[in-house]
Design a protein around this ligand. Sequence first.
Ligand SMILES: C[S@@+](CC[C@H](N)C(=O)[O-])C[C@H]1O[C@@H](n2cnc3c(N)ncnc32)[C@H](O)[C@@H]1O
Length: 198
Amino acid sequence: METIRGRLSHFLDSTELQARLNHYNRLTLDLGTGDGKFAFCRADAFPSHFVIGVDSCRENLHEYSRAKLPNLLFIIASAQTLPHELHGLASHITINFPWGSLLESLLNGDDRLLQGLQSVARWPAALDIRLNGGALAEQGWSLEDGTERIFENLTSTGWKIRPPEMLDSTALRAFPSTWAKRLAFGRDPRAMQLSGSL
Ligand SMILES: C[S@@+](CC[C@H](N)C(=O)[O-])C[C@H]1O[C@@H](n2cnc3c(N)ncnc32)[C@H](O)[C@@H]1O
């Protein structure tokens, strides 16, 4: 699979990945990681956890992927075709403020994404998905109805998801991701969080 550090790509196989993961028994996978700030903050705050940020777009990743943290890695991949090297590794999966095809797949119950989440998860993996009103509106959904649809798609594939929680501008301001900050100071500072586990 293709990893990125700054502007440099490196192809990492399972053996090299396992060597990096040695001594870490928890792994967070952040899908649609954007510029990787959330993954960086998590790796920095929890040195005993390994964190992998995944995004299909490499341009935004140049800055945070330069960070010299031993427990942080960034992968260029689509969330619908996650590399097989990640199978069975994630004790925690996060998807923060998805847009584009990632959000579309959550809304449509796309098997490639939902089966991918199951296959990268290590039971009993935790899952946190944060959805924002503007991105859902672009796909023709209200915040409430889009959240409900995604809730149903996840529960139908075996995730035990708790009732959604509203995130207001104060919660968004405190959340360590670039998109959360933009939303907090934007026109529609509302988001919903879906959390649960396998
Ligand atoms: C609104 S940004 C959020 C970024 C970050 N999670 C944050 O909170 O700052 C959505 C991200 O999802 C990524 N994305 C969209 N579709 C994707 C897909 N199918 N696979 C992987 N990443 C995807 C985009 O490239 C973008 O970086």
